[in-house]
Write a protein that binds this ligand. Sequence first.
Ligand code: AMP
Length: 281
Amino acid sequence: MLIFKTIGELTDYLTVRGETDLGFVPTMGALHDGHGSLVRYSVTQHACTICSIYVNPAQFNDAKDYTAYPKTPERDLDFLKSWGCNLVLMPETTLDLSDIKPFNDFDNLNSILEAPDRPGHFEGVCKIVEYLLLSIKPIKAYFGKKDYQQIAVIRRLIEIRKLNVELIECPTCREPSGLAMSSRNRRLNAQGLILAAQIPKLILQAYSQVKQLGYTETERVIKQMCDNLNISLHYAEFRCQSNLNRVTIHTPISETIFLIACTIQGVRLIDNMTANEAIAK
Ligand code: AMP
């Protein structure tokens, strides 16, 4: 496994080697098995898998959140090696993204769910993703469904900017407790982890009640349960899987996704399940 500290060194290497069968997994490091599932999947599909580790300041609206973002570079490299990753991009300095034209054709995606709470977040995500895709030119890029809205945004970015890459969506990996794996989980103490494990249970609860109660009442019940648990909730909503629009009474349950965001011990956590995923649990 080779490690590159600058994008120029990586792209020079790719050019010299004539390597084109590239799978790419962008991450912010503090890696866990959720990242591992993306890397391992890419490894089965491509001659060469590249993982980037870069905490992109442009996508953090909260400076404290950026500073507190966990960093475990040596452990990350050990993980990547064990997962079969070939090349790692680990920039040591802030990347200059000024050549990338800001993306602002989000349709509804930059005004719902995560977006109002995190102004500038998706603009920052689009900048770094477009920059990396244009530089590395992978055939496929792998993203986790845990960040469902991010996938929708990147799908739109790829379509509108006509980026020549296939987006591969990978399922959410969970802890034995059901909690979605996340780099942020390591900022929770034992009590926080127990509380956070309620999040997937709330989603399952929503799907177990929705047929009987309907969308609006179920959302209200889940909000009430969060209050009772002292979980500071940002949203807990049924949305259409295809475009993340609000559901109506006519939306079939099978076409919905339930998304939740909350803060526990000062740590913002998100999770989601589609109706099918919830039924399978
Ligand atoms: P991050 O390092 O948090 O930016 O995540 C890098 C990639 O890993 C994104 O595509 C995430 O959606 C994905 N990812 C993060 N957590 C998980 C998880 N628990 N299961 C699957 N993919 C994940």
